[in-house]
Design a protein around this ligand. Structure first.
Ligand code: SAH
Length: 264
């Protein structure tokens, strides 16, 4: 049990619906208000956690991530929310876990290549592989029961705009062919975590196709499905995480009655 205590997870969402139920599920929650945000510190399924709503957009998300690390001492960050699809194979209701994130509205060309973060030398910011794999495992376990939603892993793009224009999305996809989803916060959290050396992962449930119907699809989806997914996947993630930490910390083999021992 001690393993879950040493590490502290920051769990960020942009919107209240994306995080519904998490604070209620917390043990010993303590609220702190700082910089116009409410940080709730407590325990989620034996994981030491700080849950917070960043609000929408890259600056809001960056500020929240930095505060989680510097003021609340988190060692890991998870971002859970919804996103628009940027690939025909990624359907509404599917889940995308970021392998890397790009700020798709970053363009300091011709000084730097388009999408590259100036003076950082990078456009695609990698998420933590181990954490993302844990998250993908949790998402698969949770979604298995529903037989339908797929779990994708790949590139997520973030920008300070709600993408609701098929032509614009097509142009972006042309410039970033690997793009699976678009949202408004993930790559900002990625930059903060990259610069501060904090392992992080981003999971997004697809709420819309980032086209002309995006606004209505988004509203409907966020209220009905997104919150259930986020809660279920975070719960599964925490349970798996504590299990894996305990297993890693206690290499002593405990003798268990073996399955199918047949003495006949
Ligand atoms: N109408 C909403 C605003 C939502 S902005 C409100 O009033 O609260 C959309 C949020 O969902 C952002 O946090 C973003 O990360 C994500 N998102 C979902 N679909 C998106 C899309 N098509 N383009 C950009 N972000 C999207």
């Amino acid at each position: 049990m001690s393993a879950g205590k040493k590490k502290r997870f920051g769990i960020i969402s942009a919107l209240a619906e994306e995080q519904e139920g998490l604070i209620q599920a917390m043990h010993h929650p303590v609220r702190h208000v700082h910089g116009m945000r409410e940080y709730t510190v407590g325990t989620l399924w034996n994981v030491d956690a700080v849950v917070v709503l960043s609000r929408i957009g890259k600056v809001a998300a960056a500020m929240t991530a930095a505060m989680l690390v510097e003021k609340f001492g988190v060692t890991h960050i998870l971002f859970t929310g919804v996103a628009g699809s940027a690939d025909a194979a990624v359907r509404v209701g599917d889940v995308v876990i970021a392998e890397a994130l790009v700020q798709h509205d970053m363009d300091a060309s011709p000084l730097f290549p388009r999408f590259q973060i100036p003076l950082m030398g990078l456009a695609n910011l990698p998420s933590d592989l181990a954490l993302s794999s844990h998250l993908a495992g949790a998402a698969r376990t949770f979604l298995e029961a529903m037989s339908g939603p797929a779990v994708h892993r790949g590139l997520i793009g973030s920008g300070d705009q709600f993408m609701h224009d098929g032509m614009r999305l097509a142009a972006l996809k042309n410039a970033l062919p690997d793009l699976l989803a678009v949202e408004m916060e993930g790559a900002a959290v990625a930059q903060v975590c990259f610069e501060l050396g904090i392992p992080f992962a981003v999971i997004r449930t697809i709420s819309d196709d980032a086209n002309e119907h995006a606004a209505t699809d988004f509203m409907h989806f966020v209220k009905t499905v997104a919150s259930r997914y986020a809660f279920g996947i975070v719960e599964q993630f925490c349970r798996d995480w504590v299990g894996s930490q305990e297993a890693a910390e206690e290499p002593v083999l405990i003798s268990m009655p073996g399955p199918g021992v047949d003495t006949n």
